[in-house]
Design a protein around this ligand. Structure first.
Ligand code: 13P
Length: 249
């Protein structure tokens, strides 16, 4: 059985006061809760790992530098993230690909640096609205998978998040059929590159406007093993029902 995972990406939101949400989330989790990872902004990572002790919630970062150390003012390395007690790091989020011009090869290097620090990389892929409307989704996804994933992917070092860019923060969600099609396609590509044994165990997340009222539908897709949630992960009251829907899927 593949592990289910609910990951929350707080993006550039939250201060130390927001960490009370971790305790609130813990008290609203179902008994058979899937894995839960919260990714707060970098300055909160250490405090978040302290606040998450005894909650079963894991902490992740939203990005890391592709180099292990050096003269990169303002950047944060994977080993610094691991040093806070965090276990995961998101790499290749579309907001980083867009605003920081990150390319597939950068994402691939970041994933390898994350692994070297003992972190699980949550590697994000997803097409633009333009590519979606031109029916180029599967080509884009194939290219991003080929370019962003290193060859040493394993089910423990990697999670893949499919986030159609046009669905992020917009309230627009692909149909269940579209979600099924893309996640089935991702699983097939993983199988042809890494073999069934590895591909079958890699968690695939859907991300983009996941909310309490659409989560159960999204989790009907057989190859969706969880979600990467932005806005609705900021408050335990919104995130907990999504996690419950995942536990019931
Ligand atoms: P929203 O859930 O706010 O659409 O954000 C999705 C996302 O980008 C998570 O990484």
């Amino acid at each position: 059985m593949r592990r289910k995972l609910a990951a929350g990406n707080w993006k550039m939101n939250g201060t130390a006061a927001s960490l009370t949400e971790l305790e609130a989330l813990k008290s609203s989790l179902p008994t058979n809760a899937p894995d839960v990872v919260i990714c707060p902004p970098a300055p909160l990572l250490y405090r978040a790992t302290q606040a998450a002790k005894e909650t079963g919630i894991q902490i992740g970062a939203q990005d890391c530098h592709m180099q292990e150390s050096g003269a990169f003012t303002g950047d944060v390395s994977a080993s610094m993230i691991a040093d806070t007690g965090a276990t995961h790091v998101i790499v290749g989020h579309s907001e980083r690909r867009d605003a920081h011009e990150e390319r597939d090869r950068d994402v691939r290097k970041k994933a390898k640096t994350a692994w070297a620090a003992g972190l699980t990389a949550i590697i994000c892929i997803g097409e633009t609205l333009e590519d979606h409307e031109a029916n180029n989704t599967l080509d884009i996804i194939a290219g991003q998978l080929a370019g962003s994933l290193p060859s040493a992917v394993t089910p423990t070092n990697t999670v893949i998040a499919y986030e159609p860019i046009w669905a992020i923060g917009t309230g627009k969600v692909p149909t269940l059929e579209q979600i099924v099609e893309v996640h089935d396609f991702i699983r097939e590509r993983l199988t042809s590159r890494y073999g069934t044994e590895i591909a079958d165990m890699i968690p695939l997340l859907y991300g983009g406007s996941v909310k309490p009222d659409n989560a159960a539908t999204i989790f009907k897709a057989a190859n969706v093993d969880g979600a990467l949630v932005g806005g609705a992960s900021l408050k335990a009251a919104d995130f907990a029902p999504i996690i419950t829907a995942l536990s019931q899927s």
